[in-house]
Write a protein that binds this ligand. Structure first.
Ligand code: GRF
Length: 219
């Protein structure tokens, strides 16, 4: 068997996306290995998840570092020492410096709980509700120097329902995050991602063109 793709998963909090990746690996549905989990918060619950599965972990408390680049230099050292090949940002609430990005060209991916390019940044479920969109969702994308601006790999769409709060919408989106993030990593591990500028092609995908309507059309 070919060598397993070595992942470095970066977290700041609950780590439910980390858990979905762990579960897919343990189920044999994702040929990858988590070589290192890094959290910038010592109390992140994701660290407990990693520990339960015997996955190496490192805490780099950003408060201990003089500036962003000093933090990123240590982060790079930790990931390179672990042999990481793909950096997976999973609820990691830090902006990475160009210095770090250059060390992993086209090898850093992020998940965002909105349909980019709508609603980049934070508190995006509330922003989607306030705007009144009928659909939201989540996006896995390559990381570039902007905030949530890199080329898009996969998106999932969910409806916004009457009576939704930021919490109910976030929960509906998170459920889909747990499906599309392992899928994106699988594409990567299988060498099926081809990036042409902003457009990302996934080799061996049958296109489907069904439209979604919310509310649904009258029959
Ligand atoms: C997810 O919604 C992710 O898209 C966002 O932060 C949340 C993190 O969830 N950036 P978790 O830590 O993976 O549970």
């Amino acid at each position: 068997m070919a060598d397993l793709l070595k992942l470095g998963v970066l977290i700041s909090g609950s780590g439910s996306n980390l858990q979905s990746i762990i579960d897919q690996i343990e189920r044999g549905a994702l040929n990858a290995k988590i070589a290192m989990v890094v959290s910038n918060h010592p109390e992140a619950y994701g660290l407990t998840r990693a520990q339960k599965h015997g996955i190496p972990q490192t805490v780099l408390n950003h408060r201990d570092f003089e500036n962003r680049e000093a933090f990123d230099r240590e982060l790079l050292r930790v990931l390179q020492t672990a042999g990481v090949e793909l950096v997976v940002l999973a609820g990691f609430m830090r902006i990475l410096t160009p210095f770090f990005l250059r060390a992993f060209p086209d090898r850093i991916i992020n998940i965002h709980p909105a349909l980019l390019p709508s609603f980049p940044g934070t508190h995006v479920q509330q922003k989607a509700l306030d705007y009144g969109v009928r659909f939201s969702g989540c996006t896995v994308h390559f990381v570039d120097e902007g905030v949530d601006t890199g080329p898009i790999i996969i998106q999932a769409v969910v409806p916004v329902l009457d009576g939704d709060t930021a919490e109910t919408l976030a929960a509906r989106i998170l459920k889909e995050e747990h499906k599309i993030y392992p899928q994106a990593i699988r594409y990567f591990a299988e060498g099926r991602i081809v990036k042409n500028g902003r457009r990302v092609e996934i080799k061996g995908i049958g296109n489907h063109d069904a439209a979604l309507c919310n509310p649904p059309l009258d029959r």
